[in-house]
Design a binder for this molecule. Structure first.
Ligand code: URP
Ligand code: ZN
Ligand code: ZN
Length: 481
């Protein structure tokens, strides 16, 4: 770990009372939160923000001049899969490389998924995941617990996960039959238990049986290229499952969160649910806002974007951007689940064997700024809301995380809104040998990142080591934000 040099500054107005000594001072930045936009200084002491104000009279150990820069809360990506066993292999970023890449891209905290093995307990899955993550994270992290086998034993573990472990959200899959999918009987049972103890259910909402039928049909017809991954998961498979999930959540009263929602039909199912005064949270991912299904038309190259649900159409991108501004979509995540090219080749003769997933943990904040804020699709406040604040609120971490306020963790990004640069596998820090955005020019660059008061990223270098990243216990979740 690098020793920080003590740099003292002269206080210009010697008559002003000294508001603080030591720590770190971020001077003169344009501070953006989900609601505010103002120029001020931030004084950080230890891991948290001590004071915010104009011309703070502080004699700090170190000062960062943020004039002309945006200063916003560290991003929170609530949907990542690190070192995850999946489809006969492991996602290629482990907890060290993944959380470090996240920091380079301005994301200071991630929420990863534990997958219960069918027939085994939630506890044993937690222990297995701790074995890979403990002492290995550079950035902060938490877990959602995926319940893949809800039974009398699992039922008893729900309360323990929430109260003892601070794991307050439970992931369910309505697809991937035989490995991860649960049926509606289990879903309703789990919802009742999770609601009772103050948790939330997040869901991969696609109709697994229908998808399996289409996969088998395409394979039997010899249609095996990545394009048929897309054609096996039409919009209706997502719209139907999203509506069904919303119905079950309305019936049980359990707070629900749809992960990686991609399309108009599915968002309309949520829109309909609001007509009976229901609230279901919605996450989309950066790739569904920016990329479309034409990428599957290029033979096996399309495997880079084989993910579930698949990329959709331009009209769906328009729906998602509108949904963000309508408040129907609260979170933009990544579903970061990278596989190297040699892993993608596992499916070279059969799209159903291509490991599903796409790398983006490092790119989300810059892409969303460049394509969203810079191109006038969302405001700066909305940017912070969907990328930082709402994930913290929904998943029980606000205001410790997700904002810049006195007493909050000093997870802070200093961002140059004008610097242009290109995304490339040659320069990214994710452990994957291609980029889904190769050659894209983005406007806006993460310059400095603080994690709990420590400078984590500066001048394109990571200054903290694995082990600094802390497991964040979460509170009971918000059913209102
Ligand atoms: O393709 C994807 N999304 N891979 C990761 C697992 C999941 O469904 O989220
Ligand atoms: Zn999923
Ligand atoms: Zn996922």
């Amino acid at each position: 770990m690098r020793e920080e040099k003590k740099e003292t500054i002269k206080i210009k107005d010697s008559k002003a009372p000294l508001a603080g000594v030591g720590g770190l001072l971020i001077k003169n930045g344009r501070i953006i939160t989900a609601t505010d936009d103002y120029v001020a200084d931030i004084h950080i002491e230890g891991e948290t923000v001590k004071a915010i104000g104009k011309n703070l009279t502080v004699n700090p150990d170190k000062e960062i001049d943020a004039t002309g820069k945006l200063v916003f809360p560290g991003g929170i990506d609530p949907h990542v899969h690190l070192d995850m066993p999946f489809m006969g292999t492991f996602s290629s970023d482990n907890y060290e490389t993944g959380t470090r890449a996240a920091l380079f891209g301005g994301t200071t905290m991630v929420i990863d998924f534990i997958l219960q093995k069918q027939g085994n307990s939630l506890r044993s899955a937690l222990e297995e995941w701790k074995g890979r993550s403990d002492h290995n994270c550079v950035g902060d992290y938490s877990f959602h617990m995926a319940v893949t086998d809800f039974n009398e034993h699992t039922k008893k573990e729900v309360q323990e996960m929430i109260e003892k472990e601070g794991i307050t959200s439970f992931k369910t899959f309505m697809a991937y039959k035989g490995a991860l999918m649960i049926d509606d009987r289990q879903m309703v049972g789990l919802m009742e238990e999770v609601k009772k103890h103050g948790g939330l259910i997040n869901v991969h909402a696609t109709n697994g049986d229908m998808i399996d039928f289409l996969i088998a049909k395409h394979r039997s017809e010899g249609k095996c290229t990545p394009l048929y991954h897309y054609l096996s998961q039409p919009e209706v498979t997502e719209a139907e499952a999203t509506g069904r999930f919303a119905d079950m959540a309305a019936y049980t009263g359990c707070p629900g969160y749809i992960v990686h929602l991609t399309c108009e039909g599915a968002l309309n199912a949520i829109r309909n649910a609001t007509r009976r005064n229901q609230k279901v949270y919605v996450e989309t991912c950066i790739q569904y806002l920016l990329l479309d299904a034409s990428l599957y038309e290029q033979n096996f190259e399309g495997a880079k974007w084989v993910m579930s649900p698949p990329l959709r159409e331009k009209k769906d991108q328009a729906t998602l951007w509108a949904g963000i501004n309508q408040g129907l979509v609260q979170v933009v995540a990544t579903d970061h689940c990278p596989f190297k090219w040699e892993q993608k080749l596992m499916g070279k003769d059969d799209f159903s064997k291509i490991p599903n997933g796409h790398p983006a943990i490092e790119n989300r904040m810059e892409l969303l700024y460049s394509e969203g804020v810079n191109k006038g699709k969302i405001t700066l406040n909305k940017y912070v809301e969907v990328a930082c604040t709402n994930p913290a609120k929904i998943f029980g971490m606000f205001p410790k995380k997700g904002t810049i306020a006195v007493g909050s963790d000093a997870d802070i990004v200093i961002f140059d809104p004008n610097e242009k640069h290109k995304l490339s596998a040659k320069t990214h820090h994710m452990n994957v040998d291609y980029s889904g955005y190769e050659g894209w020019e983005v406007t806006g660059k993460v310059k400095t990142v603080l994690l709990r008061g420590k400078i984590a990223i500066e001048n394109n270098h990571c200054l903290i080591d694995k082990g600094y990243g802390k497991f964040i216990r979460r509170n009971k979740v918000a059913d209102k934000i």
